[in-house]
Design a protein around this ligand. Structure first.
Ligand code: PMP
Length: 336
């Protein structure tokens, strides 16, 4: 066992966990890359580390400098934790409509929050656009530099997966991996792993949640609906997705993905967010397409405690017209 020299050095090298139910249902070996075991409990720690390192290498940031990003989720937590570990400040621009849980988690991670009114992307005060301008302004005055992380179009994000996630999967399976599949937010994970593993003959698939636009862009197939999953569901070819062509693509409905999340929790000890359900459903669809005996890897994106008021809240599920698993409605055990 090695000693990490700091928290940033503890990012990555996550285990591959056999997913029992998915494997048994398909006759394939389905493994989940346990990205929730990163220090910030998500796959985005890898992108955060590479974005920060790249800015330092380019001379845009030196210790004491500031990282700015417009995000409501895992990228902000990753940037704040990895940033603090390497000596940087983090400013996160977030729509004020985001849940208190998320704001609290970002503050707890050490980020300074700038709350802005929710506005569509075409509005210059949209949180992502605002964060870009704020970074530009800070860069003029911050003596140690300021950068805009820009996870969607900063290809340092994809590079993290080309250099770490992909090679780790190859090594952990001793090269005996037939397929990899996951959903896309920025697309860094799927396109980065594809760049690392497609040249070795591994088929790479894309799982698209309801309502996301990539399925149509890649296959022409319509993808109606709306998903409660967070962090995924891209509608454009981001810079991170440029040059990526999936070998397989499928649509995953919440009605299919959420029971998988609940089964992982109840029967395999895996407390995951909604995007993991989409990924595992995608891995099962790919397994059925490839046939029994194949080895397929997907991503266990983040830890489920982030979604207590939504995915794990029976009232929220009912309001969305989604089925509530019986155990969730159960009254807490009491001593007679
Ligand atoms: N799942 C969750 C929970 C995420 O936060 C993200 C990142 N937004 C993803 C999946 C997708 O990862 P990527 O940005 O690499 O496509």
């Amino acid at each position: 066992m090695r000693i990490a020299k700091d928290l940033a050095d503890a990012v990555g090298r996550t285990p591959l966990i056999r997913l029992r139910q998915a494997s048994e249902a398909t006759g394939c070996h389905i493994y989940g890359k346990a990205e929730f075991m990163n220090p910030g409990q998500s796959v985005k720690d890898r992108a955060a580390l590479y974005i920060i390192r790249d800015a330092v290498k380019r001379g845009q940031l030196e210790p004491g400098g500031t990282i700015v990003e417009g995000t409501a989720g895992n990228t902000g937590i990753g940037l704040a934790l990895v940033g603090a570990s390497l000596g940087f400040k983090t400013v996160i621009v977030i729509p004020e409509t985001q849940s208190q849980e998320k704001k609290d988690m970002l503050r707890l991670s050490g980020a300074e929050l700038v709350e802005v009114p929710a506005a569509p992307y075409k509005n210059p005060n949209n949180y992502v656009r605002y964060s870009g301008r704020l970074a530009e302004e800070l860069a003029k005055t911050e003596p140690h530099g300021a950068i805009w992380a820009n996870q969607f179009d900063n290809v340092a994000n994809r590079q993290a997966h080309i250099e770490t996630t992909g090679p780790e999967i190859w090594e952990q399976t001793s090269g005996k991996v037939d397929g990899f599949i996951c959903a896309a937010g920025s697309g860094g994970t799927v396109a980065g792993v594809a760049a690392a593993l497609q040249p070795k003959g591994v088929k790479v698939g894309l799982a698209d949640p309801e309502g996301a636009g990539l399925l149509k862009l890649f296959t022409g197939q319509d993808n109606p609906g709306d998903s409660i999953t967070e962090g995924i569901g891209q509608g454009r070819i981001t810079a991170n997705l440029e040059g990526f062509t999936p070998d397989f693509a499928c649509r995953v409905e919440d009605r299919e993905a959420l029971p998988i999340v609940f089964d992982l929790l109840q029967h395999e000890g895996l407390v995951m967010g909604g995007s993991t359900g989409v990924n595992v459903a995608g891995a099962m669809a790919m397994a059925r397409e490839m046939g029994p005996g194949h080895t397929i890897v997907t991503i266990l994106c983040d830890f489920g405690n982030r979604y207590q008021s939504k995915l794990f809240n029976p009232d929220f599920l009912t309001a969305k017209g989604l089925p509530v698993p019986p155990w969730m409605d159960r009254a807490p055990a009491s001593i007679p």
